[in-house]
Design a protein around this ligand. Structure first.
Ligand code: ASP
Length: 331
């Protein structure tokens, strides 16, 4: 029997810097996405669960410095890192999330432990770290999250006295670099100064179950204590076997106000529309009503995958079991 099992991932959406981008940098992003897709795909091919596949894909995205989650996360206004993550099991509607953690190496692993080992759904700050420590998760020195590229973006954002999406930060950085020296910075395909840099994964496994996970450093120069959509079930992450699994990236405040991830599932459930129609409506019609920018990835129980975004680009890809991973950046 042919399996519909499929994994999709994203690494943020935003404004594209195609003109100024070196082909080898683009290749680096596509290779990272494809490698992570292949790793998650292996779990599904071996009959593993969707929850395991999304957790592993997001863990790898957190460890990859190219993306704004875990190592490579953006800086707060205080020059620190505060990380948010969530995960949801479409089979049981169980969910777990953490926000404002500063020393947990992989926030998505902490979210998974909350899902499995706690009667609660969301832990914040010191309490989240105490929970993660009690679960034996790996802690790192805060310096582990530092990358020079994000540091430069933070300096630029501070200069402009604003908070910005990770990929939007890269645009500013590229502009500054173009003005300074042509070879000083490797430009990202998507302008880091005009980019939402959350990472996420959604999957359907061979047993017909759905899962979603989302992880982020938030937005560059965000105020300390600010929390976006990524760790909020229904806003940045949602999964229900009866409808779909969704992970978002974008201007978190608008995704929260639109309850964006759940709106995709709700439209399928109550309007009876397809995954594609529901996701397109949320990204292209609902979010723009309040100037919400970004995108999402989603999969339904039949294995349909959609990756809509209302920005110029989104780091994204999907991998069906038995087929080569497909990764892309531009519209
Ligand atoms: N949605 C994230 C947040 O608001 C940002 C992002 O997607 O980069 O924290």
């Amino acid at each position: 029997m042919k399996s519909n099992a499929v994994l999709a991932i994203h690494g943020g959406a935003g404004t594209i810097l195609r003109a100024s981008m070196a082909p080898e940098v683009e290749t680096r992003y596509l290779d990272a996405l494809s490698g992570i897709l292949a790793a998650g795909q292996r779990i599904l091919a071996e009959g593993g669960g969707a929850l395991d596949a999304v957790e592993e894909a997001v863990r790898l995205l957190e460890d990859c410095p190219l993306f704004n989650a875990g190592h490579g996360a953006v800086f707060t206004s205080a020059g620190t890192h505060e990380l948010d993550a969530s995960i949801m099991d479409g089979r049981t509607l169980e969910a777990g999330a953490v926000c404002c953690v500063k020393r947990v190496r992989n926030p998505v692993l902490a979210a998974r432990r909350v899902l499995e080992k706690s009667e609660h759904v969301l832990f914040t700050g010191a309490g989240a770290e105490a929970f993660a420590a009690a679960q034996g998760l790996e802690f790192v020195d805060p310096g582990y999250f530092h990358t020079d590229a994000r540091y430069r973006q933070w300096q630029l954002a501070r200069g402009e006295a604003r908070a910005m999406l990770d990929h939007d930060g890269a645009t500013l950085e590229a502009k500054a670099a173009a003005n300074a020296s042509a070879d000083s910075l490797p430009h990202e395909p998507i302008d880091p100064n005009r980019k939402y840099g959350t990472v996420g994964a959604v999957a359907l496994d061979a047993h017909g179950h759905l899962a979603a996970a989302t992880s982020t450093g938030g937005i560059t120069n965000k105020q300390v204590g600010r929390v976006g959509d990524a760790p909020l079930i229904g806003a940045g992450c949602y999964a229900d076997d009866a409808t779909c699994a969704v992970s978002t990236t974008g201007s978190g405040e608008m995704f929260m106000r639109m309850v964006a991830a759940y709106d995709v599932a709700a439209q399928m459930k109550y309007r009876g529309v397809s995954l594609s129609e529901a996701a397109t409506n949320v990204v292209m019609e609902q979010l723009p009503r309040i100037d919400g920018r970004g995108g999402l990835i989603a999969v339904d129980a039949q294995g349909n995958v959609v990756l809509p975004f209302n920005t110029e680009g989104m780091y994204r890809g999907y991998a069906r079991v038995g087929e080569a991973p497909v990764a892309s950046i531009y519209a």
